[in-house]
Design a protein around this ligand. Structure first.
Ligand code: 3PY
Ligand code: MG
Length: 239
């Protein structure tokens, strides 16, 4: 892909792509360089859960063969600025529950006059990266209730669904429970109606296969892929 990822998705728009990602929770840059992760279309680096930290982003970005989106630890503007300074292709922000929160993220992600993000020497600045994708997550009943207003906020690129927190918040037993799948589909439809791209963390191939309309689908995690690879070699074993 010659066009930068964020620009590519903005140009392709709704329905223009269906890109399958691998969600990183533990792989080091060494493994990212050598384990063949380029078979995925993109990587999601999880800074909220798992074992990776914001300090590991720059080394990961230097070796990743595919675009990298970072799932943030929270909404703190200084965390957002540090992560954007690394030159990631986009940020995925957990548990956004109102238009006000989404507007605060737009402000934290953009320098004046759009927002209040500070500028300084950074990898993103020196490399001249384009504006990364801003993808608020809808993953609670409150977020779902505010979906229409969140999707309408100027400056966001899309909505990303967190089905595991959503299932918990809705009191449903699994991410493939009918009420959760219906909620995910309604997020995709609403995002598209607002000309926003839709992303979903599937975390399993069964759910991933049911989401052809989403532009971004995180199929599963690096840990799940490692476990599957080890089982493939040795069988189920003790755990
Ligand atoms: C969720 O499903 O809640 C997520 O945040 C994906 O990691
Ligand atoms: Mg979540």
């Amino acid at each position: 892909m010659t066009t930068p990822f964020a620009s590519h998705l903005r140009i392709a728009g709704v329905g223009g792509v269906h890109l399958r990602g691998l969600w990183l929770t533990c792989l080091t840059p060494y493994a990212v360089e050598l384990a063949g992760v380029g078979a995925a279309d993109w990587l999601g680096v999880d800074l909220q859960h798992g074992d990776l930290t914001a300090e590991e982003l720059s080394p990961l970005l230097r070796v990743s063969p595919v675009p990298v989106l970072a799932r943030l630890a929270g909404h703190d503007p200084s965390h957002i600025a540090r992560v954007l300074d690394t030159g990631v292709d986009g940020i995925i922000v957990p548990a956004v529950e109102s238009a006000d929160q989404a507007m605060a993220l737009v402000s934290a992600s953009n320098p004046p006059p759009v927002g209040a993000r500070s500028t300084g020497v950074s990898r993103a600045g020196v490399l001249g990266n384009p504006q990364p994708l801003l993808l608020p997550m809808v993953e609670t009943a409150s977020g779902l209730a505010a979906l229409e207003e969140i999707a309408g906020v100027a400056g966001i690129d899309g909505i990303f669904v967190g089905p595991y927190d959503l299932a918990l918040s809705l009191g449903e037993p699994s991410v493939v429970a009918p009420a959760v799948v219906t909620a995910i589909e309604s997020v995709i439809t609403t995002a598209h109606r607002h000309e926003r791209i839709a992303g979903v963390f599937a975390g399993n191939t069964e759910l991933a296969a049911r989401l052809p309309a989403a532009e971004l689908v995180a199929v599963d995690t690096d840990l799940a892929a490692l476990r599957a690879g080890i089982r493939h070699l040795f069988g189920p074993g003790q755990s």
